[in-house]
Design a protein around this ligand. Structure first.
Ligand code: HEC
Ligand code: HEC
Length: 212
């Protein structure tokens, strides 16, 4: 028992931090991404077009659109894949082949493209309530406080969700829920997704796909 407690004390801090992100938003990192070269990014993006679309709008199942996404978020995700903090067979291999400079150039290029428009359709009232009010009973903050009033994202690592493919949003929310995706700094999305039911996840994914 005693050995077990000592063991836990030794490994616990590592376990708690395990698999978050090694990106730190220092002024240097922010400045580095900001000065990514969009023209170089455009050239590099030819290898992404088959899946993410010529203009960064994806028509592939469970493949996110990148157009109009915050450059800092795209950069972080590429570095997280490259450093095995987020994992996906294709994206891990792709990101490992990109330098930090390539990642910044690509991130800036995609941020300049026009975001995918909302798909239209009926938004569930329950999802709308979750986005705007959250759920005090479950200590769930409303999504808008971080992702913005129109799902446009917020500085640094809070992604835009508006117009994103619902199948991708649902898949990635489920992966935060199970912990398969664990690169969110301070567990901000895991703590939220763990409390959402699978039905709520589907409804929220539809809601954001329809946002403009
Ligand atoms: C063969 C298809 C394919 C190619 C080529 C590809 N991707 Fe991806 N990409 C995906 C899929 C599928 C996902 C979703 C992975 C997941 O769920 O983690 C993804 C996810 C991403 C994400 C995460 C987006 C988010 O919203 O979190 C970024 C950023 C990204 N790709 C950038 C790129 C860039 C840049 C290139 C080209 C250098 C590229 N991808 C090439 C299929 C591809
Ligand atoms: C406390 C701030 C905060 C709140 C509240 C919040 N999010 Fe997030 N969300 C984040 C951050 C930060 C990330 C990026 C994490 C990372 O780097 O993986 C994120 C990422 C996501 C992603 C992944 C997007 C992508 O392109 O892969 C989805 C989907 C998402 N959030 C949906 C939601 C929904 C739905 C709600 C409301 C139920 C919500 N979020 C509430 C901070 C928040």
């Amino acid at each position: 028992m005693k050995t077990f407690v000592i063991f836990l004390a030794l490994v616990a801090p590592t376990v708690v931090n395990a698999g978050s992100s090694s990106i730190a938003w220092t002024p240097e990192t922010l400045n580095f991404v900001k000065h990514g070269n969009a023209d170089k990014g455009k050239e590099l993006a030819q290898q992404c077009a088959g899946c993410h679309g010529e203009q960064g709008v994806s028509e592939m199942p469970e493949t996110p659109s990148l157009a109009g996404q915050l450059a800092t978020y795209t950069y972080k995700e590429l570095r997280d894949y490259a450093q095995d903090q987020r994992s996906h067979p294709i994206m891990t291999a792709t990101a490992k082949g990109l330098s930090e400079q390539d990642s910044a150039d690509l991130a800036v290029w995609f941020s300049t493209l026009k975001p995918a428009g909302g798909a239209g359709g009926v938004k569930s009232a329950k999802a709308e309530k979750m986005v705007e009010e959250g759920d005090g009973k479950r200590i769930l903050p409303p999504c808008f406080v971080c992702h913005g009033a129109n799902g446009q994202g917020e500085k640094m690592d809070i992604p835009a969700l508006a117009g994103q493919r619902a199948d991708y949003l649902a898949k990635t929310l489920l992966e935060y829920k199970t912990g398969q995706r664990h690169n969110d700094i301070y567990s901000r999305m895991r703590l939220i997704a763990q409390q959402l039911s699978e039905t709520e996840i589907k409804d929220l994914a539809q809601f954001y796909q329809q946002e403009k």
